[in-house]
Design a protein around this ligand. Structure first.
Ligand SMILES: [Zn+2]
Length: 375
């Protein structure tokens, strides 16, 4: 595989490895970069979905299930009411029901190319379901470590896809510790972390490419995304940066972050002028996918948010529920609560003047509502 691993914050770089270590200087997760094919033109792209952008992804044999190429739907109510040209990227249409399939497809493809036989991660949510699906497709064993109290449709999906589920007592963080311990004792088992793997983020850059193509060969003025681990935000930002590097676009959209007020480490770090996000007292939230108090890529997210002139907004539980209802009732889009975070923040971003009237805004609806536990 060509390309290199490169620290997002310093000059450290290294050849690609199967499970890359953090940057030895900054102790943060590393990124993957492949040289841009500078003679590539939009008209050279062929095929559909994530692997349509193969010249911009790791050069490996794809493990694919038809991921990507999700609908880009124009808003008929929410956008017109706020005076913006609003578009929804409906990521629940991916094979396992969320945007995580983009990352899992590329990450599992890379791991298989290195000869992986078994993969593991700590997730009882969409990332776990995506890993289970692509591991099954690739013929790899998957082991998912989940908190002992985990339940619901996502966990059922993980089991149904043939992954081994290991329940870990104690707080959420224990599941991650258990994964690391399992990888130490079983060298066959590879840590395929959706929050850390550079190949996972590489797969998420395809969202930017699809937004560019879906809007007729132009970027939106703004993109609004929910943030938990932040891979989605980073993928979108890096995707647009690469399009600018290719000379396909002149300006990078402003990419804005939305978090639940119950757990908003990036919003807090931004407000305090800090660089290392950490939520000391996270409380429970219906936006379960965004409850990550100490995101491993936090410093990178804060740096890139500054670089693209994005805002970070926190929204309350009532606002999230109302936004989920609004998307369902007025747009016909049934998404999970985490996916409703951008819709919950849009009015605030317009009222502040961050998003001006007539702007083109893309909102990433990260996952289907069908996996939501009924309240
Ligand atoms: Zn570094």
């Amino acid at each position: 595989m060509t390309g290199e691993l490169r620290c997002p914050l310093c000059s450290f770089c290294a050849p690609p490895t199967v499970v890359p270590l953090p940057c030895p200087e900054c102790t943060i997760p590393i990124g993957y970069r492949r040289d841009l094919p500078l003679d590539l033109l939009p008209s050279d792209l062929t095929g559909e979905g994530v692997w349509r952008y193969a010249p911009l992804l790791p050069d490996v044999e794809p493990v694919a299930l038809g991921e990507g190429d999700t609908p880009l739907v124009s808003s008929v109510r929410i956008g017109p009411q706020l005076g913006v040209d609003l578009w929804f990227k409906v990521e629940g249409a991916n094979p396992s029901g969320s945007f995580k399939d983009r990352g899992a497809s590329v990450m599992v493809s890379v791991l298989r190319s290195f000869g992986a036989k078994a993969v593991t991660d700590d997730s009882s949510g969409n990332a776990g379901a995506a890993l289970a699906a692509y591991a099954a497709r690739a013929g790899l064993r998957a082991v998912l470590y989940v908190p002992a109290h985990a339940s619901g449709p996502k966990l059922s999906q993980i089991s149904a896809l043939g992954a081994d589920v290991v329940r870990v007592p104690g707080p959420r963080e224990r599941a991650a510790d258990a994964v690391r311990e399992a990888c130490r004792t079983d060298p066959i088992l590879l840590y395929a972390s959706h929050n850390v793997s550079p190949y996972f983020v590489s797969g998420l850059t395809t969202l930017a490419y699809e937004l560019f193509e879906g809007l007729g060969g132009r970027p939106p003025d703004h993109v609004v995304v929910p943030v938990g681990g932040g891979g989605l935000f980073l993928g979108v930002v890096y995707g647009f940066l690469r399009l600018r590097g290719l000379g396909w676009i002149e300006h990078i959209p402003q990419v804005h972050i939305v978090q639940p007020a119950a757990c908003a480490p990036i919003v807090c770090a931004r407000a305090a002028g800090g660089v290392a996000p950490f939520e000391r007292e996270p409380s429970s939230t219906i936006a379960e996918g965004a409850r990550i108090p100490n995101p491993p890529r936090g410093r990178e997210i804060v740096a890139m948010l500054k670089a693209v002139g994005g805002e970070a907004v926190a929204v309350g539980e009532e606002e999230i529920l109302n936004a989920q209802r609004l998307l369902s009732h007025t747009e016909g889009l049934y998404v999970e609560p985490t996916s409703a975070l951008p819709a919950a923040a849009l009015a605030q971003l317009v009222a502040r003047g961050t998003i001006c009237e007539m702007s083109t805004v893309a909102m990433v609806l990260t996952g289907t509502g069908l996996k939501t536990v009924p309240s």
